[in-house]
Design a protein around this ligand. Structure first.
Ligand code: GLY
Length: 371
């Protein structure tokens, strides 16, 4: 049961491989010229964090060594607060110590933070060497690992420093989700639901028809594979039409505008990224109904799906809604002084608009607050 999804680009096209048990096969996979072309050089630097390494380090490095790769590893502390230039410098130190060459490969083994830093280090080292992404969280599988966005945070803001650097392969082993903390799985499910709303109405229906989507153990293996396949396909479709986010790719930011503001205003402590995106999607659904763009039925279906995924649906009563408006004007998604929103028009259809009255935003954020 393995699936290959192509990400066709003008240059640097690549594949996303979905294969249960794929970690054990990664050495053979990286040598497969049908999957990875042109071929990779002999030296590989795996970037990971200690927890992921404990689970999968041996499996991956042994598989690579058995296939003849020369393997080194660089472990970085886990967590968004370590997504810094300092951590990337540590990857450069390892690259130097292990004499990585133009033909060498960096492998990002972990969640989105690891993948973004590994990708950025690969983009910079010797002006760009190969990166292979092996995501181990649902969020990284369906979003961060595909599309070539790499980078780190600046003390003044998330992802302010970065580069587009497409991977040579994304290798997803759904079995790794079995050891993912439940909260992390649910965070990834927010992005899955997002694809249902912005791109793939059938995925939305499938999620709607599934009794439980809040833990992988409630999903039959074929169902989990199908949800992953549809989500990765949605991301691949969008990225291949707009690699550098000149237009269409912005739809992937559905729910993220208000979500980022919520994340930031709660000091990244109360909600993780997926949870904040879920809240952002609820708020935007509410705005879309206020503006007459979306039906109440669609809004309610989206809300029920987010709740069914075990994601939070309320902000604390103490949350200062007005601060969201101030924050949005400083957001990266502002164009010519107006805040750009991705608005749902139907299930599976969105449009971009910069004509959202501040009162509608405020009302939607207030509606998220617990009484
Ligand atoms: N995560 C949004 C994007 O890749 O464009």
């Amino acid at each position: 049961m393995q699936t290959v999804i192509a990400v066709p680009l003008q240059q640097n096209s690549y594949n996303v491989l979905l294969a249960p048990g794929g970690l054990q096969q990664i050495g053979r996979v990286l040598q497969d010229s049908e999957l990875v072309s042109p071929g990779l050089g002999q030296k590989v630097l795996i970037v990971s964090n200690p927890m992921i390494w404990k689970h999968y380090g041996d499996i991956v490095s042994k598989s690579l060594e058995a296939a003849g790769f020369e393997v080194a590893c660089c472990l970085l502390p886990a967590g968004e607060r370590y997504k810094t230039l300092r951590s990337v410098e540590k990857i450069f130190d390892s690259a130097l110590a292990h004499r990585l060459e133009r033909s060498s490969t960096v492998v990002g083994l972990g969640g989105g933070v690891i993948g973004d830093m590994a990708g950025f280090a690969a983009a910079c080292w010797l002006r760009g060497i190969a990166i292979v992404q092996i995501p181990t969280t649902l969020l990284a599988m369906v979003d961060a690992s595909i599309g070539g966005k790499t980078g780190v945070n600046h003390p003044q803001g998330k992802n302010l420093i970065g580069a587009f650097h497409q991977p040579r392969l994304v290798s997803i082993d759904p079995n790794t989700l079995n050891s993912l903390p439940t909260r992390e799985f649910r965070a990834g499910m927010a992005e899955v639901i997002k694809y249902g709303v912005i791109w793939d109405a059938d995925l939305f229906e499938q999620l709607d028809d599934t009794p439980r989507i809040d833990q992988p153990r409630y999903l039959a293996p074929e169902m989990l594979m199908d949800i992953l396949r549809r989500s990765c396909q949605a991301k691949a479709d969008v990225v291949s039409q707009d690699e550098k986010e000149l237009g269409l790719r912005a739809i992937l930011n559905y729910g993220h505008t208000i979500g980022h503001a919520i994340e930031s205003l709660t000091q990244y402590r109360l909600f993780n990224h997926g949870e904040a995106v879920g809240l952002g999607m609820i708020a935007v659904g509410d705005i879309a109904v206020q503006l007459g763009l979306w039906s109440k039925d669609c809004r309610d279906r989206q809300y029920r799906l987010i709740r069914k995924a075990g994601l939070p649906t309320q902000l604390p009563a103490s949350f200062e809604s007005e601060a969201v408006l101030e924050m949005l004007t400083a957001d990266k998604k502002v164009k010519a002084g107006r805040v750009r929103f991705i608005m749902p028009k139907d299930i599976g259809v969105v449009e971009m608009t910069d004509r959202v009255p501040p009162e509608a935003i405020l009302a939607a954020v207030r509606n998220l607050q617990a009484a």
